[in-house]
Write a protein that binds this ligand. Structure first.
Ligand SMILES: [Zn+2]
Length: 221
């Protein structure tokens, strides 16, 4: 687990960003020592220049606030209550499940849905926090497109979840701890910033990285 924030939670690829050359030295500031999958989008310092609305007041604070909510979901489980309609709510906590939490926010910042990793609880290999949160958010909105929505998750998404996020047309992804073993948003792969893909969400990694990593470390200790 990384201990230092790779980029301080700054955007890796602002929405609509113009892709930079894969040999851009700025890539090194995002995942030092990590192989890059080739044709990455623009990343690193200055990547959001003129693009991402860097002057928006309180964005970092909002992301951290949302991440704390995702952490709450991760450690307290589905019984915590909220907009979820999942029948598992109120069930015994899935203590065996890796504590990963995800929350989807609407364009106005309203919490639409949340999900906690329930793979062990449900015996479902696809029951990752992100997938559950996406499904519930889509159900609540009555559509599969989650344009202008933000998904916040405590751990870097895997390939499945990154694919699901892209398919949901989610606008922004905010994640906490980096996952060097399975991460698909900059670690092992970079599904969301692959410029061969038409839809590339705005990505913020390493938000509250220490806190989110600590929860996972405590679980695996
Ligand atoms: Zn996943």
């Amino acid at each position: 687990m990384r201990s230092d924030p790779p980029n301080g939670g700054e955007p890796l690829l602002p929405l609509g960003g113009e892709p930079a050359d894969a040999t851009d030295p700025a890539l090194e500031t995002v995942r030092p020592g990590q192989p890059t999958p080739g044709r990455l989008g623009r990343v690193g310092p200055g990547a959001d220049e003129g693009l991402a609305d860097p002057g928006e007041p309180g964005r970092r604070q909002r992301h951290e606030l949302w991440m704390r909510r995702a952490l709450e979901v991760a450690v307290t489980g589905p019984a915590a209550g909220g907009p979820s309609t999942d029948p598992a709510d109120g069930a015994d906590l899935a203590v065996e499940d890796v504590p990963v939490g995800a929350v989807v926010y609407g364009p106005d910042g309203t919490e639409l849905a949340f999900g906690r990793n329930e793979r062990e609880l449900t015996g479902d290999p696809t029951a990752h926090a992100e997938v559950l949160a996406l499904r519930r958010a889509a159900q609540r909105l009555g559509r599969w497109r989650l344009d202008d929505c933000t998904l916040v998750v405590t751990l870097e998404p895997c390939t499945m979840c990154a694919g699901a996020l892209a398919l949901a047309r989610i606008s922004t992804v905010v994640f906490g701890a980096w996952e060097p073993k399975t991460g698909a948003v900059g670690s092992l792969w970079d599904v969301l910033r692959d410029r061969r893909v038409n839809h590339r969400p705005e990505v913020y990694g390493g938000v509250l990285e220490n806190e989110t990593a600590a929860v996972l470390r405590a679980f695996f200790r």
